[in-house]
Design a protein around this ligand. Structure first.
Ligand SMILES: Nc1nc2c(ncn2[C@@H]2O[C@H](COP(=O)(O)OP(=O)(O)OP(=O)(O)O)[C@@H](O)[C@H]2O)c(=O)[nH]1
Ligand SMILES: [Mg+2]
Length: 370
C-alpha cells in the first residue's frame, strides 16, 4: 500500500491533491488541522494535514468488473457445456434414427434442452430469494420469448432471463430535488451513504452542498456527520425540533443541495416513525431515499417498505452489497415498492463505494455468483 502525507490550506484543496496524485481509489486514513511549524505558524491560518493511501493497481477490483467477468466466465462455461451436449445429442439421434422412424425421434429431440435449461435457471434464481410472484413473471415471459421451433441453448436462456429480470427493475439516473433525505432502519448505512453522495456532489459535480442532521437520538450520531462535514468542509446544521428546520434551511440558502440525515428507526415503532414524519413534512418537496441493506430477508424488505410508507419515500438505495452473495433484495425492493433504485453501495469507503443503479448491472448481479 502506498501511503502519503499532504498539507493543504483546506480539505477541498487537499482532497484534490490526493486525487491528482494517488488517483480516484485513494483512501483517507487520517486528517487533522495543524499549525505551520515555527513562529510563523501562530500568525497564519491552520493547515489541513491529510494522510492518504492507495492499493497498487493490480489489486483493484470493482463490483461491475467482477460481475461482468463472472458472468462472462459463467456464460462461456455454459456455452461449452451446451455445445458438448449438442454433440452428444446429435450422436444419440444418429444412432437412434438407424433403429427408429423419423416421426418418433423429432418431438423429444426439440423439447428436451429447453425444459432442462429452464429448470436449472429456476433453481438457480430461487437461491437469490427472489419474490415468488416476480420469479413466475420472469419465467412466464422468458418461456414465451424462448418458444418456437428451434432449440434454446443454456446460455441463450440465461440471456433471455437476464433481459426479463432487467425489465422488472425500475432505476432512476439521479436525484432531481434540491433536498435529499435519507431514512431507513438502524445501521443500514444512511449516514455513510449520505457522506459518499456529499463528496461526489461537491468534489465531482462542484455543487455547493449543505448538510442537516435530525439524528440527535444516538450518542455520537451528530459527531459522525460533523466529522464528515469538517473533512469535506461543508456546512452542517443540527436540528432538534421540526419547527427549527425552516431556520436551518434558510442558513443553507446558498447551497445547491441539502442532504438530510435522519435517525435510524426501528421498523415496528409507530411513535418513532410518526415523530420522523413531522420532520419530513417540513422538508417537502424532496427526494426521500429509503435505505435498505442487501442483507435484509425478503419478508423483512416488504415489512420495512410498508412501515416507512407514511414517510413518503420516493426512491430506494440498497447498501452493503459486499456483505451478501444473494441479490434478491435489490430486485425485490424495486418490484415490491414500484419505486426506482438510485444508488447501490458495496463497501465502507467514502466516497468510492457508491454506484448509480443501472438496470443491466442489477440484473447481472443475479448471475454474479453463478
Ligand atoms: N460493508 C459495508 N458496510 C457499510 C456500507 N455502508 C455503510 N457501512 C457500514 O455500516 C455501518 C453503519 O453505517 P452508518 O452510516 O452509521 O449507518 P446508519 O444507517 O446511519 O446508522 P444509524 O444512524 O445508527 O441508524 C458503518 O460501520 C459503515 O461503515 C456498505 O456498503 N458496505
Ligand atoms: Mg446514521
Amino acid at each position: 500500500m502506498k501511503v502519503r502525507k499532504y498539507l493543504a490550506s483546506d480539505m477541498k484543496e487537499g482532497l484534490m491533491r490526493v486525487k491528482k496524485d494517488l488517483g480516484r481509489d485513494a483512501v483517507i486514513l487520517h486528517s487533522r488541522r495543524v499549525r505551520r511549524k515555527g513562529l510563523r505558524g501562530f500568525f497564519t491560518p491552520r493547515q489541513m494535514e491529510i494522510i492518504a493511501a492507495v492499493e497498487p493497481k493490480s489489486k483493484e477490483h470493482s463490483v461491475n468488473g467482477i460481475m461482468l467477468q463472472k458472468f462472462a466466465e459463467k456464460e462461456k462455461e455454459m456455452g461449452t457445456m451446451a455445445e458438448e451436449l449438442e454433440v452428444l445429442k446429435s450422436r444419440v439421434t444418429e444412432l437412434s434414427t438407424s433403429t427408429h422412424s423419423d416421426a418418433q425421434t423429432a418431438v423429444p429431440e426439440k423439447a428436451a434442452p429447453k425444459k432442462k435449461s429452464v429448470a436449472y435457471w429456476r433453481n438457480y434464481l430461487e437461491h437469490h430469494d427472489l419474490d415468488p410472484a416476480l420469479l413466475e413473471e420472469i419465467f412466464t415471459e422468458a418461456e414465451s420469448a424462448a418458444a418456437g421451433p428451434g432449440r434454446v441453448s443454456h446460455s441463450r436462456m440465461a440471456e433471455i432471463l437476464r433481459e426479463k429480470a432487467a425489465d422488472k427493475i425500475i432505476t432512476s439516473s439521479g436525484c432531481s430535488c434540491r433536498t435529499q433525505v435519507f431514512l431507513g432502519p438502524t445501521g443500514v448505512g444512511k449516514t455513510t451513504t449520505l457522506a459518499k453522495l456529499a463528496a461526489r456532489l461537491s468534489l465531482q459535480e462542484s455543487e455547493k452542498v449543505g448538510l442537516i442532521t435530525i439524528d440527535h437520538y444516538r450518542i455520537g450520531a451528530v459527531e459522525q456527520l460533523r466529522t464528515y462535514s469538517e473533512i469535506m468542509d461543508l456546512p452542517l446544521e443540527v436540528v432538534m425540533a421540526p419547527q427549527d428546520l425552516y431556520k436551518a434551511m434558510m442558513r443553507l440558502e446558498g447551497c445547491d443541495r441539502i442532504l438530510v440525515d435522519t435517525a435510524g428507526r426501528s421498523t415496528g415503532d409507530k411513535e418513532q416513525l410518526a415523530d420522523l414524519a413531522s420532520y419530513i413534512d417540513m422538508l417537502l418537496p424532496a427526494d426521500i431515499h429509503l435505505v435498505i441493506s442487501a442483507t435484509t430477508r425478503r419478508q423483512d424488505v416488504n415489512y420495512i417498505a410498508d412501515s416507512f410508507k407514511k414517510l413518503k419515500y420516493n426512491h430506494l438505495i440498497v447498501t452493503k452489497l459486499d456483505e451478501t452473495n444473494s441479490y434478491g433484495t435489490v430486485i425485490n425492493s424495486s418490484y415490491y415498492t414500484k419505486l426506482p433504485l438510485v444508488y447501490l453501495t458495496d463497501g465502507q469507503r467514502v466516497p468510492e463505494d457508491l454506484k448509480p443503479a443501472s438496470k443491466l448491472d442489477l440484473a447481472g448481479l443475479l448471475w454474479r455468483t453463478g
